[in-house]
Design a protein around this ligand. Structure first.
Ligand code: ASP
Ligand code: MG
Length: 473
């Protein structure tokens, strides 16, 4: 049995949906039992979160515009994919109903003028429901039996909204109870990624990029043979192939190595994905839905290749820095604690933070889509301090990006950190912020977005990662 997860770019438009359906049909034709986990169409979760936040600010116009855009996007996709009038009408009704739920919810947020993370989860969970229904209908039309399954019925979580944790005993029972009968009847379940619900039935999300985690949870519950994550690049590579043309795929990784890499770029793989699979020894493959014949990356307990430290560069664009600048001696570490907990309560993920005591400056790295909301939240949190001058100012810098270099020493015995810094010096990259763990196996830093590509290329070269003669990874 295979669990296959398709991310947002893999279902970005009608053509992509059709390729996904083709991949599923091929797996089925090999006599595989297949469970599919699907993300929202690319950009949809961001739009839903933007709508909820606008509503809570009283901005009904933005909210309405987003609702209309989402309706058009999904309706057009259905038109292109589903020819059968009855099937198309049913899916369109479902889409309209769910988007009406969003509208109703946003209206109540406008009245309350408050958005909790719980409320944000309720709205941001809708995208996956829409894509799962479209994909299931398209498959049925092509002659493959398929059924959309809402994960709020089977993934039982705690109430840690925005980053909920599955309750595995309850989840296992429900996943098996719902999905095994479908599989026995030859039906492909199309499960919504990213979302779940508490035992009381309140919708939760597993955190941004959480559909990978859904696939791992379901794979573990069903004791699947393998879990495949379909993405838009050839697996995990030594660097982003869109930046470095010589980037090489890491063909095999251990669970430990993959978990380490995932910590530095949730774009590659959600960091919580590895553990449920490692516990049951289920292999994980990262494969490219744009290039399905490429073998991608296989993640297992003990890779076959000769032992050698894996080195990779992970870069993430589209980020913003929020700076909290203190004013002399009045600055206390409590400011950092309050800033972090306020942002957590507002559903804003802080991807990295650094504090320089001499400058009394706290830098908080967030996704660009979270910047405005995060800044407003901090302005409210520190209103008193700003008035009294304890905090000099709140500022933002964007677009910025992170570059993380991960891995042990190379064949020459030299660690990655000195080599990385030497490369930065050569290139005269202006580093805005740095974070390093106590071990010498990784270093992450923030640069302006226009410096990312050239910096990543240079570090890749300095570390010898594109080296044609290097042993296969
Ligand atoms: N749609 C969700 C997100 O954008 C989950 C995912 O794509 O994995 O974060
Ligand atoms: Mg992802």
């Amino acid at each position: 049995m295979l669990v296959m997860k398709f991310g947002g770019t893999s279902v970005g438009d009608a053509t992509r949906f059709a390729s996904v359906a083709q991949i599923i049909r091929e797996a089925k034709s090999r006599d595989e039992q297949v469970v599919v986990v699907v993300s929202a169409m690319s950009g949809v979760t961001n739009s839903l979160i933007r709508a909820a936040r606008a509503a809570a600010e009283g901005d009904e116009a933005t909210c309405r515009r987003i609702g209309e855009e989402l309706l058009t996007l999904h309706r057009d996709t259905c038109e292109a994919l589903i020819a059968h009038a009855g099937e198309r009408r049913d899916v369109c009704w479902f889409i309209e109903d769910r988007l009406r739920d969003v509208e109703r919810f946003c209206r109540s947020l406008t009245v309350l003028r408050e958005l909790t993370v719980r409320g944000q989860d309720a709205v941001s969970s809708i995208g996956e429901k829409l894509s799962a229904h479209i994909l299931a209908a398209h498959l049925r039309e092509q002659g493959t039996r398929a059924q959309a399954v809402d994960a709020t019925e089977i993934i039982v979580t705690d109430d840690h909204f925005g980053a909920a944790n599955p309750l595995m005993i309850e989840t296992r029972e429900r996943v098996r109870g719902k999905l095994l009968p479908l599989l026995e009847q030859g039906v492909v379940p199309i499960l919504t990624g990213y979302i779940g619900a508490t035992a009381e039935g309140v919708t939760t999300t597993l955190g941004r990029g959480g559909s990978d985690y859904t696939a791992a949870i379901v794979g573990a519950c069903l004791d699947a043979d393998e879990v495949w994550i379909w993405t838009d690049v050839d697996g995990i590579l030594t660097a982003d192939p869109n930046i470095v043309s010589q980037a090489r795929p890491l063909r095999e990784l251990s669970y430990v190595e993959a978990a380490e890499l995932a910590c530095f770029g949730a774009e590659v793989l959600h960091p919580k994905t590895i553990k449920p699979l490692e516990e049951r020894g289920i292999p994980l493959r990262i494969v490219n839905s744009f290039n399905p014949t490429d073998p991608g990356t296989l993640i297992v307990k003990k890779p076959q290749r000769t032992p050698r430290h894996v080195q990779a560069i992970i870069s993430t664009k589209g980020l913003s820095l929020i700076g909290v600048a203190g004013n002399g001696d009045a600055w206390t570490p409590e400011v950092a604690a309050r800033a972090l907990s306020r942002l957590a309560r507002e559903g804003v993920d802080v991807l990295m933070f650094t504090q320089s005591f001499s400058e009394r400056q706290l830098n908080l790295l967030v996704r660009q889509g979270d910047m405005e909301h995060g800044l407003k939240a901090l302005q409210r949190e520190f209103q008193g301090e700003l008035e009294r001058g304890v905090i000099a100012r709140l500022g933002v810098q964007y677009p910025v990006a992170t570059i993380s270099v991960v891995g042990g020493p190379g064949e020459d015995g030299l660690g990655i950190v000195p080599k990385t810094f030497a490369a930065l010096g050569k290139h005269q990259t202006k580093v805005i912020s740095i974070a390093q763990a106590s071990l010498e196996y990784n270093v992450s830093f923030v640069v302006t977005e226009d410096q990312v590509d050239s910096t990543v290329r240079l570090i890749h070269e300095e570390l010898g990662l594109g080296n044609f003669n290097a042993p296969p990874l």
